[in-house]
Design a protein around this ligand. Structure first.
Ligand code: SF4
Length: 194
């Protein structure tokens, strides 16, 4: 029998499977509810989020919430609206070059696959090429961003990562800000209002 969602989340919050790999205590970040309207899946929490334990409380979050979605934080962090998850629930540390490590694949297999089955969302928002690759392994990231996609029969919007490190991609694709983002905003507002 499928385990209870609340018990599942309790177990997830205690997970320390990546302790050895990280070399520091993993802190799984969780945000959302079983009835959230939008499941948003990105890469992994940042070093700032490791401290706050609240997703997207960093430069990426400012851009995503204020500039791209153009909604207030109250709406974004209302669990009835967004279920915020990622390929890994924990900040994975940095490599020798100061870049965030690759999210451990284990997390998706162990937790996230099951987790998203619990949620009765209306749409998905997939953030960043790494997350897009997991759901759409055979499709071009550029094409995914500019069209409507589907996961389990539900609309799936694909966005580039809003990190300042990704500014080059945004500059190279001006039609993303000028056209696609307006369509995305409209879809998200409609979902939030219903
Ligand atoms: S990243 Fe996932 S699997 Fe690894 S410790 Fe965190 S919750 Fe557990």
């Amino acid at each position: 029998m499928k385990e209870n969602f609340d018990d599942f989340i309790k177990d997830l919050k205690k997970c320390d499977k990546c302790l050895k790999t990280f070399g520091f205590t993993p802190r799984p970040v969780f945000w959302g509810a079983k009835n959230s309207k939008i499941v948003q899946i990105s890469q992994a929490p940042s070093a700032s989020v490791y401290k706050t334990m609240k997703p997207f409380t960093d430069a990426s979050g400012k851009k995503l919430i204020n500039d791209w979605y153009q909604i207030d934080e109250e709406l974004f962090y209302n669990p009835s609206n967004f279920y915020i998850t990622a390929l890994a629930h924990c900040y994975p540390g940095k490599n020798k070059n100061g870049q965030d490590n690759t999210p451990p694949k284990l997390c998706f297999e162990l937790w996230i696959k099951k987790e998203i089955e619990y949620v009765s969302n209306k749409i998905y928002v997939i953030i960043g090429s790494r997350a897009a690759k997991v759901f759409f392994p055979n499709e071009s990231f550029e094409e995914l961003v500019f069209k409507n996609n589907y996961i389990n029969g539900k609309l799936a919007i694909v966005l580039p990562h809003p990190s300042p490190l990704n500014n080059r991609w945004i500059k190279k694709h001006p039609e993303f800000i000028n056209k696609r983002l307006k369509e995305v905003r409209k879809i998200i507002n409609e979902v939030l209002q219903n």
